[in-house]
Design a protein around this ligand. Structure first.
Ligand SMILES: [Cu+2]
Length: 155
């Protein structure tokens, strides 16, 4: 029996370790906390997702895009007052400075999901692409706002 070339052994051991790394929310210096996707209003194919992105490293990172099997397209949006009205504006990149965090929350910065895949109903995986921090994959539950409100009222 021939010995395997060294590079093949390296490739195999890297593949073996991949699921362990992918199962964790943390990649490089970027952490994703409390992600969730708002259940779309019946009959609508658009919705929003919210989460907090933290950068525990010293170097700043830019989020350059987001994708998911749950949506055909995902954009970064922010809310702005324009002529006394709240309007959503697309944002190309989201800067997360070293040692800081950025909140995507209702009424502020959010992920806008277009062309929702109604087959996925309980959770989905979202991937961020970044300039210097690699790809960040995380799982987000799909939740209705109603259930959140009733939870909040118990407090
Ligand atoms: Cu929006």
């Amino acid at each position: 029996m021939k010995r395997l070339p060294l590079f093949l052994i390296v490739v195999f051991s890297t593949c073996w370790a991949m699921p362990l790394i992918a199962g964790h929310h943390k990649k490089g210096t970027i952490d994703v906390d409390m992600p969730y996707v708002r259940t779309p209003v019946p009959g609508h194919s658009m919705t929003a997702a919210f989460l907090t992105v933290s950068n525990t490293g010293e170097q700043g990172c830019q989020l350059t895009g987001a994708s998911s099997s749950y949506a055909k397209k995902i954009e970064f949006h922010t809310h702005q007052h324009v002529d006394g009205m709240m309007k959503m504006r697309p944002v190309d990149v989201v800067e997360v400075a070293g040692g800081s965090s950025v909140a995507f929350k209702p009424g502020g910065l959010h992920l806008m999901l277009f062309g929702v895949n109604h087959d996925e109903t309980s959770s989905t995986e979202i991937t961020f692409t970044t300039d210097k921090c690699g790809e960040i994959k995380f799982s987000a539950p799909i939740k209705s706002i109603k259930s959140q409100h009733s939870k909040a009222m118990h407090h």
